[in-house]
Ligand binder design. Structure first.
Ligand code: FAD
Ligand code: NAD
Length: 467
């Protein structure tokens, strides 16, 4: 029987990072993954492939609509979806192989097979051919991630009624893609096909898209996506989804309670994801789940069984790759006797539409609900020289600061490169900067980041310079 200090089950960004950090800290570490490639949802069917298709479709969109304005005249561009998907697969292949390299380099022993607990200190690995072996382990980290969820009355047939996994591998560009759920997946993958020429209709239960982000972002994104041609049915609760040959009909109730319907050739169900614990044998180790099927953990990410920890999408909190990574490092360092810390308030959220959307800290809605005294500064991207030079003029940056102390409480942005710009806000907030601090830092000109400085100036006595 092989013996390990730490056995990690699941090789997504939570699991593989936990394994790496455990190995760096001198633990004899095993990593178990049921699929033949490492990297989990994020690298195989999530973050990386979706961004590859977003980038390809954005190039196409620019070639089709924006090149001429820049003085580049080309023949009418054609979208070759098969090539885009093949390129996406190449990117995934390179990225997942990179994880194998990292595991080898750090001497993590990788096992391909289903990991399941036999007891709190024994994990069985069952391979595809049915053979199995038992690993004896001092500690275990559950990092088994999540799977797409659906609605009780929807059967995902993986052909016409699909989840994000199938949407990343379509053989044709849909004529009309109906997206159920105006959250991150719906808007990102909806954007891919909108740019490639599909009609896209988003049916959202709430009265706004990306409902958990700051309201100003939702409002601006709705405006921009509508301008790009995306259609929205808000405050609309889907009641049934019926396939008839190559067509799928969605029937729903609008906010007046009246029946509405929409028909498309593909329906993407993107109503959230659920924690994945099937086949793990948690009961044999005595590990408890919470009321939402997530592995129950305390503030140290420790389950009710002292030597078993859990991280990432399978536990509470945002289902984000970088949150899972932080938790992987946190547990490894905790096991090594260190005292790590995660500031959950400062985990940024990003939507990779174009323009991109990003936010960190408290939203204005949250501050209102808390009764906090706050002030707002904002700056439109169109007032920046950088935006006019590139032509990316949509969007704004909004800074929320404490009314009395001026400490930055939240930064919310929509605009070109917001996914990268948000790092400045995270850094500033990690060091508890005031809006005044940001406003006095030199920002290179011309950059999109100047909008952060201007919004900070606006928050501190309406001193924005270029507005
Ligand atoms: P996962 O990545 O889900 O990995 C879990 C792994 O465990 C899987 O490989 C699974 O096969 C394995 N496993 C499960 N059970 C067992 C078992 N019993 N034995 C062995 N192995 C097992 N997040 C972002 O931050 N940015 C993005 O841009 C982004 N884009 C996304 C786009 C899409 C389309 C999707 C679906 C998700 C996206 N996410 C994004 C979310 C991100 O993918 C997840 O938050 C992240 O992958 C969670 O990491 P994890 O390690 O907890 O789990
Ligand atoms: P989500 O929670 O972002 O959005 C789901 C949406 O579906 C919500 O707006 C919700 O109101 C709506 N909805 C729920 N029930 C509905 C119904 N019956 N009818 C109509 N609408 C309904 O979930 P998602 O988009 O499926 O993404 C899943 C997870 O993956 C998210 O937690 C997200 O963090 C992660 N993810 C992140 C990124 C990123 O970071 N860029 C990208 C993709 C996915």
């Amino acid at each position: 029987m092989s013996q390990f200090d730490v056995t990690v089950i699941g090789s997504g960004p939570g699991g593989y990072v936990a394994a790496l950090r455990c190995a760096q800290l001198g633990f004899k570490t095993a990593l178990i993954e049921k699929y033949s490639t490492l990297g989990g949802t994020c690298l195989n069917v999530g973050c990386i492939p979706s961004k590859a298709l977003l980038d390809s479709s954005e190039h196409f969109e620019n070639a089709k609509h924006n090149f001429a304005n820049h003085g580049i005249i080309i023949n009418e561009p054609q979208a070759d979806l098969a090539r885009m998907v093949a390129r996406k697969n190449e990117v995934v292949d390179q990225t997942t192989k990179g994880i194998n390299f990292l595991m080898d380099k750090n001497k993590v022993t990788v096992f391909e097979g289903l990991g399941s607990f036999e007891s709190a200190t024994q994990v069985k690995v069952t391979k595809n051919d049915g053979s199995s072996e038992i690993l004896e382990t001092k500690y275990a980290i559950v990092a088994t991630g999540s799977k797409p969820s659906t609605l009780p009355f929807i059967t995902i047939d993986k052909e016409r009624i699909i989840t994000s996994t199938e949407a990343l591998n379509l053989k044709e560009i849909p004529k009309h893609l109906v997206v159920i759920g105006g959250g991150v997946i719906g808007l990102e993958l909806g954007s891919v096909y909108l740019r490639l020429g599909s009609q896209v209709t988003v049916v959202e239960y709430m009265d706004k898209i990306i409902p958990t982000m700051d309201g100003a972002l939702s409002k601006e994104l709705t405006k921009v996506l509508k301008k790009q041609g995306m259609k929205f049915m808000l405050s609309t609760g889907v009641q049934s989804v019926e396939r008839n040959g190559d067509s799928v009909k969605i029937t729903a109730k609008d906010k007046k309670g009246e029946e509405v319907s929409v028909e498309g050739d593909y329906v993407l169900v993107s109503v959230g994801r659920k924690p994945f614990t099937e086949g793990l044998g948690l009961e044999k180790a005595g590990v408890e789940l919470d009321e939402r099927g997530r592995v129950k953990v305390n503030d140290h990410l420790q389950t009710n069984v002292a030597n078993i920890y859990a991280i990432g999408d399978v536990v509470k909190g945002a289902m984000l790759a970088h949150k899972a990574e932080e938790e992987g490092v946190f547990v490894a360092e905790t096991l090594a006797g260190q005292k790590p810390h995660i500031n959950y308030n400062l985990i940024p959220g990003v939507v990779y539409t174009w323009p991109e959307v990003a936010g960190v800290g408290k939203t204005e809605e949250q501050l209102k609900e808390e009764g906090a005294a706050y002030k707002v500064g904002s700056f439109p991207m169109r007032a920046l020289g950088r935006s006019r030079a590139s032509g990316d003029i949509d969007g704004l940056i909004k800074i929320l600061a404490d009314e009395k102390t001026d400490e930055v409480l939240g930064v919310h942005m929509i605009g070109a490169r917001a996914a990268d710009l948000i790092a400045e806000a995270v850094t500033a907030m990690e060091f508890r900067a005031s809006a005044e601090d940001i406003s006095r830092m030199s920002h290179a000109h011309p950059t999109y980041a100047e909008a952060i400085k201007e919004a900070a100036l606006d928050a501190t006595g309406k001193r924005a310079l270029h507005m």
